[in-house]
Write a protein that binds this ligand. Structure first.
Ligand code: HDE
Length: 704
C-alpha cells in the first residue's frame, strides 16, 4: 500500500500490513512540496508518492505489471552500464582551463593561440590503458593524458599519453597489441598487467616495441599521481599559419609540480591499500584548492630538420630529443574543478584524435591516421548514437550549426525548413560554408598503393639505448628490476630468452643484469636487427625523472603516526612547516577516533594504523609517546608502516621515544641521513627541507 505523507527531512513512513513504520530518510511528497528539496518524480515528471514499495495485490500478493514507476526505475537501472572503453577504461577527469602565454600567430592560425592571456575551457581525462574500469590505479602501465580544449573555433582534442612513444608503428597492429596485453581469452586473467606470456610474446616478436618497452619498464609507468607526470601528443602534427604555411610540431605537457614516481614494491602495496590512490590524489588536490598545472610546450621543426633527423618524424616509436629541438612553452593548463557527475562527464567524454581546429593538421604518421578512424567508431559503440556530440561534455562551447539530423537522442536538429545545402532559401536561417573554415594542408603525396613499412622506420634499438643511457643509476636499476619481475611471471623460457636477445641490441650491461636477475643459464645471441644500434646518440637529461624532480615538497603528503601523549607543540610545528611548504599532513593513530595530546587536547585522526600504511605517503613522521611506541611495536601494521617507509627510501622524522618502534621494525640499526630526529620546530623545518629530495636513493632498495 502507498506510504503516508512524508516530512521534508523526516523519516519516510511505510506500511507493513496495518502497522505504520519508519523505513528510512527521504524527500518530500508532491503534497508537501515547498521546502528546499524538489519532489521525486518519474522520468515523465509524475510526482512519486511511494518509492519504497512496489505495487502489489494485497500485502503478500504478486507485484502488478501496472506499476509504471517500478518498471521505469528497474528498466533504467538495467541499462545503466555502457560498454567500457576497450582500452583506457579506467580513467579520471577534471575541468580546468588553458591559458595562452603569447600570440603564436607566426606559427599557427589556431584561434586559441592568437591572443596573449586567452583562456580556453578544458577537460582532461587521465587513465591507465590495459585494466578494466575497476582495476587498481597503480598498475605498471602507460597513462592516458587526454585533453579536450573547447576553443572558439571548435573542440580540439590532444589525445596523448604520459610516454612520448608507442609500442607499434602501424595502426593495423593495435588490436593484436591490445589483445596481447589484456587478459587471455580462455582464462580472463591477468588483469591490468603486462607481466605475462602473451604480452612479452607479442612484444618480443615485434622489435619496433623495444623503445616503448624500456619506457614502460621505467618508473614512468608507475607515477606517484597524475599530477606528477608529463603528457605527450606522441605523433608529429602540423601547425598551419594564416598564409597556409606549415611547420611540424610535437606536443608536450610538463607538470609544474615536477616529475615523481613510486617504486614497484610500493606500487603493488598501494594497489591493495588504496586502489583509487591516483583518483583520490587528484580529488584531494583540487578540492583543497591546490590546483595542478602543466605547461604546454611545442617542439617546432621544419621539413629540413625532418629530412636531416636520424629517424623518421612520422614514426611514433621515436621521439625528438629536447636537446635537438627545445620545447617552447606556449601556455598553461590548470585543473581547478572536479566533475559534478562522474558518468555524465568522465565516462561519457568522447575524445577523438580527428577533433582538430583550423591551424592544426595531421601528419602522415600511420598510427595517427588509423586512430582518426578508431576514435569516432569507438564513441558510436560506447555512447550508442552519432549524437554523442550533443552530450554537454562533448558539445562545443562555441556556436555550431550543422545540417545533420535525427538519429538516437537527437537534440540539436536543424531549425526551419532547410536541412540541405546548397539551397536558395534566403529567408531561412540555414548555415553556409566559409573560406575561413578548416582547410587541410595541401601536402603533395605520390607513390604506389602498397602495404609496406617505410625503410626509415627500421631502426628499433638506437633510441631504446639512448633512453637507457639517459637514466641515472637508480633508474637503470629500476628498469632492470622491472624487466626481471615481468619475465619472472612469464612461464615460457623461450620468451624470456627472446626478450634478452633484444636487450643485447640495446645495452650489453642491461641484458646481462636482466639475465642475472632471472638466472638465465645461457646468454642468447642478439636478435637479428634490421639496423645496427647507433652508439653515438648522446644521453638526454629530459628523459630521466630523477634529473627533473621537483625543487619543493609542495603538493606532497606526510603521514604522521601519533599516539596518546603526542607532543602537541611539536605536532603543531610540523604542521606549520608543512603548510609553509604547501605540503599536507595526515594523522595516523592506533584508533581513528584520535589521541589525547601531551597538553590534554584531543586530536582527531585521519586513519587507523591498519588503514593508513606508509605507502600512501611521501614521507613519514613518528610522533609517538614512549608507551605509545611500545604498544604500537606489537602491531604488525605499525611495524610495516616504518619498515616499508624505510625500504621505499622515504624520509622518516622521529622523536626519541619512537625507538622501540624503530627497533621492532628492524631499522634501528640502519639509521642513515634519511632519518631526521625531531625535538624542536627548526628540526621540523629541516625535515621538510630534506623531503624536497623525495627519496633517499642511497639507501638499499627492495627493487634492486
Ligand atoms: Fe588510443 N584509443 N589508440 N592511443 N587512446 C582509445 O578510444 C587507438 C594510441 C589514448 O580518456 C579508444 O574513446 C588505436 C596512442 C588515450 O577517453 C580507441 C591506436 C595514444 C585514450 C583507441 C591507439 C593513445 C585512448 C578506446 C593505434 C597516445 C583514452 C576508447 C593506432 C598518443 C581517451 C576511446 C579517454 C582511447 C584507439 C593508440 C591515447 C579504441 C586504434 C598512440 C589517452 O578508439
Amino acid at each position: 500500500m502507498a506510504s503516508k505523507k512524508k516530512d521534508v527531512a523526516g523519516p519516510i513512513t511505510g506500511r507493513y500490513g496495518d502497522e505504520e513504520v519508519n523505513v528510512g530518510q527521504g524527500g518530500e511528497t508532491h503534497q508537501s512540496a515547498g521546502g528546499d528539496r524538489p519532489v521525486l518524480t518519474t522520468q515523465q515528471g509524475v510526482p512519486v508518492a511511494d518509492d519504497q514499495n512496489s505495487l502489489r495485490q494485497g500485502s503478500r500478493g504478486p507485484t502488478l505489471l501496472e506499476d509504471f514507476h517500478f518498471r521505469e526505475k528497474i528498466f533504467h537501472f538495467d541499462h545503466e552500464r555502457i560498454p567500457e572503453r576497450v582500452v583506457h577504461a579506467r580513467g579520471y577527469g577534471a575541468h580546468g582551463y588553458f591559458e595562452t602565454y603569447d600570440s603564436l600567430a607566426e606559427l599557427t592560425r589556431a584561434d586559441l593561440f592568437q591572443r596573449k592571456g586567452e583562456k580556453t575551457p578544458a577537460f582532461v581525462r587521465f587513465s591507465t590503458v590495459a585494466g578494466s574500469k575497476g582495476s587498481g590505479d597503480l598498475a605498471r602501465d602507460v597513462r592516458g593524458f587526454a585533453v579536450k580544449l573547447y576553443t572558439r573555433e571548435g573542440n580540439w582534442d590532444i589525445v596523448g599519453n604520459n610516454i612520448p612513444v608507442f609500442f607499434i608503428q602501424d595502426a593495423i597492429k593495435f588490436p593484436d597489441f591490445v589483445h596481447s596485453v589484456k587478459p587471455a581469452p580462455d582464462r580472463d586473467f591477468p588483469q591490468a598487467q603486462s607481466a605475462h606470456d602473451n604480452f612479452w610474446d607479442f612484444v618480443s616478436l615485434s622489435p619496433e616495441s623495444m623503445h616503448m618497452i624500456l619506457w614502460i619498464m621505467s618508473d614512468r609507468a608507475i607515477p606517484r599521481s597524475f599530477r606528477f607526470m608529463e603528457g605527450f601528443g606522441v605523433h608529429t602534427f602540423r601547425l598551419i599559419d594564416a598564409e597556409g604555411k606549415s611547420s611540424f610540431v610535437k606536443f608536450h605537457w610538463k607538470p609544474k609540480q615536477g616529475l615523481q614516481s613510486v617504486v614497484w614494491n610500493e606500487a603493488i602495496k598501494i594497489n591493495g591499500a588504496d586502489p583509487d590512490f591516483h583518483r583520490r590524489d587528484l580529488w584531494d588536490a583540487i578540492q583543497s584548492g591546490d590546483y595542478p598545472e602543466w605547461e604546454l610546450g611545442f617542439q617546432v621543426f621544419d621539413e629540413a630538420f625532418a629530412a636531416s633527423f636520424a629517424f623518421d618524424v612520422l614514426d611514433p616509436t621515436k621521439l625528438i630529443p629536447e636537446e635537438d629541438v627545445p620545447v617552447r612553452p606556449v601556455g598553461r593548463l590548470v585543473l581547478d574543478r572536479m566533475v559534478e557527475n562522474f558518468f555524465a562527464e568522465t565516462e561519457q567524454v568522447a575524445f577523438c584524435t580527428q577533433n582538430i581546429v583550423p591551424g592544426i593538421d595531421f601528419s602522415n604518421d600511420p598510427l595517427l591516421q588509423g586512430r582518426n578512424f578508431s576514435y569516432l567508431d569507438t564513441q558510436l559503440k560506447r555512447l550508442g548514437s552519432p549524437n554523442f556530440t550533443h552530450i554537454p561534455i562533448n558539445a562545443p562551447k562555441c556556436p555550431f550549426h550543422t545540417l545533420q539530423q535525427d538519429g538516437h537522442m537527437a537534440m540539436t536538429n536543424p531549425k526551419g525548413r532547410v536541412n540541405y545545402e546548397p539551397n536558395s532559401w534566403t529567408t531561412q536561417p540555414g548555415p553556409r560554408e566559409t573560406s575561413a573554415g578548416f582547410q587541410s594542408y595541401p601536402a603533395m603525396e605520390e607513390g604506389p598503393k602498397q602495404r609496406v613499412r617505410s625503410e626509415t622506420f627500421a631502426d628499433h634499438y638506437s633510441q631504446a639505448r639512448q633512453f637507457y643511457i639517459s637514466q641515472t643509476d637508480v633508474e637503470q636499476g629500476h628498469i632492470v628490476a622491472a624487466i626481471a619481475f615481468e619475465l619472472s611471471k612469464v612461464e615460457t623460457p623461450a620468451i624470456r630468452m627472446r626478450v634478452v636477445s633484444h636487450l643485447l641490441n640495446i645495452d650489453q650491461g642491461l641484458a646481462e643484469s636482466v639475465a642475472n636477475a632471472i638466472r638465465l643459464r645461457e646468454m642468447p645471441q642478439p636478435a637479428t636487427a634490421a639496423r645496427p644500434t647507433r652508439q653515438d646518440l648522446k644521453p638526454s637529461t629530459a628523459l630521466s625523472i630523477l634529473l627533473n624532480g621537483p625543487k619543493t615538497f609542495a603538493g606532497r603528503k606526510v603521514g604522521a603516526l601519533v599516539t596518546d601523549g603526542v607532543d602537541a607543540a611539536l605536532l603543531n610545528a610540523l604542521k606549520a612547516a608543512l603548510k609553509a611548504e604547501g605540503a599536507m599532513l595526515r594523522l595516523i593513530a592506533p584508533e581513528v577516533g584520535g589521541v589525547e595530546a601531551s597538553d590534554g587536547t584531543w586530536i582527531g585522526a585521519d586513519e587507523k594504523i591498519e588503514g593508513g600504511p606508509s605507502v600512501l605517503f611521501d614521507a613519514i613522521a613518528l610522533l609517538t609517546s614512549p608507551e605509545g611506541a611500545t604498544a604500537l611495536a606489537m602491531r604488525p601494521a605499525a611495524r610495516d608502516f616504518v619498515a616499508d617507509a624505510f625500504s621505499h627510501q622515504k624520509f622518516i622524522a622521529h622523536v626519541d621515544s619512537a625507538t622501540p618502534l624503530l627497533a621492532k621494525a628492524g631499522v634501528a640499526e640502519h639509521l642513515d641521513d634519511g632519518f631526521i630526529p625531531i625535538k624542536t620546530a627548526p628540526d621540523c623545518e629541516t625535515f621538510v627541507t630534506k623531503c624536497r629530495k623525495l627519496r633517499i636513493w642511497t639507501r638499499p632498495s627492495p627493487d634492486r
